[in-house]
Design a protein around this ligand. Sequence first.
Ligand SMILES: C[C@H](O)[C@H](O)[C@H]1CNC2=NC(N)=NC(=O)C2=N1
Length: 100
Amino acid sequence: MAQKLTPDARRAALESLPKWHDAEARDAIERRFVFKDFNQAFAFMTRVALVAEQMDHHPEWFNVYKTVDVLLSTHDADGLTERDVTLARKMDAFAAAFGI
Ligand SMILES: C[C@H](O)[C@H](O)[C@H]1CNC2=NC(N)=NC(=O)C2=N1
């Protein structure tokens, strides 16, 4: 089972994920993605969904029109693990393909 990141590992992970920030009141990280339109936002979500299934690791997210708010945390560990960092990197790569 995935282990929670130590404070040092957590700090290093966040430094390597400059577009993400600590969540309020949870051991989790968050990022807001704002796309050109809903079509691109949902295309992004579709691609992420397929990878999440492959990883068996799923985001907590909220979509309104072209905005996708994402929170990543590992429920089984009740906190941030390497799986969240991996998924964040994949999400950043997908978003970069849409120019954000
Ligand atoms: C049964 C299933 O493998 C587990 O519930 C998986 C599913 N997706 C998950 N996603 C996240 N974010 N955290 C988990 O602990 C987790 N566990």
